[in-house]
Design a protein around this ligand. Structure first.
Ligand code: ZN
Length: 252
């Protein structure tokens, strides 16, 4: 009887321990999006939320979402190791300032598609430098799939990703100058020049067009994919997204 009791206690302890571990997320992620923007971008954001919600359950991180960009403030951001911009960006100087402070103190950022958009009217020099100095230059239209080349297959973000793959239908952006020319930028994935001319109405014809990169001075990653409702239809690309979140979330 004593042995049985002891065994029972051990089993209970093990169950409690497992439950405790299961309940404490590895890290916390906040995704921000907007429902009043271009419908293809809203579609992407909604698909992304479904994808990352499933991923959070599988990989054990906490995942919150909001359409209220006022949540980009010091008090709220301190609860998160990673924030994701799903096709939008801060709406005013107050939110910009909170984001700068968060990133300068080791916060994590994953930006998709429009998150990196900037032009002469953006007037946010810090963000341009953070992104790697590339200003939006041109785009492909209509959205099309494209072949991508993985520049560095040893990086955590490109683990188990083949040397090249077909990325589903997306609107592709070109940048001037190419972020690759910035010494702090590490390009991980690039649009294969064999795609050129890419597009019909708006055509990408030439040039070096990185699509996934990190500014090594920050815990950040930019991903150009993020237009329309086909982005999460590739297992290969989904794996890259998974790697990205796990890398950014765990990095100290
Ligand atoms: Zn777009």
């Amino acid at each position: 009887m004593y042995m049985l009791k002891k065994l029972f206690c051990l089993v209970i302890t093990a169950v409690l321990c497992t439950a405790a571990f299961a309940q404490s997320p590895k890290f916390k992620v906040l995704a921000l999006y907007t429902t009043t923007v271009e419908s293809d971008h809203v579609d992407f954001a909604k698909d992304a939320i479904q994808y990352f919600t499933r991923l959070a359950a599988k990989r054990g991180f906490a995942f919150d979402t909001t359409t209220n960009w006022k949540n980009v403030n010091d008090d709220n951001l301190k609860n998160y190791q990673l924030i994701i911009w799903l096709d939008d960006f801060p709406q005013n100087e107050v939110q910009r300032a909170a984001f700068v402070k968060y990133m300068e103190h080791g916060g994590g950022w994953l930006g998709f598609h429009v998150a990196g958009y900037n032009d002469k009217d953006t007037k946010w020099p810090w963000f341009l430098s953070f992104l790697g100095s590339g200003v939006f230059y041109n785009n492909s239209w209509p959205p099309l799939p494209a072949k991508l080349i993985v520049d560095d297959r040893k990086h955590a973000v490109t683990q188990d990703i083949p040397a090249s793959f077909i990325s589903p239908i997306n609107e592709w952006y070109g940048w001037r100058p190419s972020p690759r020319l910035n010494k702090d930028v590490k390009v991980l994935v690039t649009l294969d020049p064999k795609n050129y001319p890419l597009g019909k109405k708006d055509i990408l014809r030439s040039g070096d067009i990185p699509v996934v990169w990190t500014n090594t001075k920050y815990n950040m990653l930019y991903i150009n994919m993020g237009h329309g409702d086909q982005i999460f239809t590739s297992d290969t690309q989904n794996k890259l997204f998974e790697n990205a979140v796990m890398w950014l979330g765990r990095k100290k």
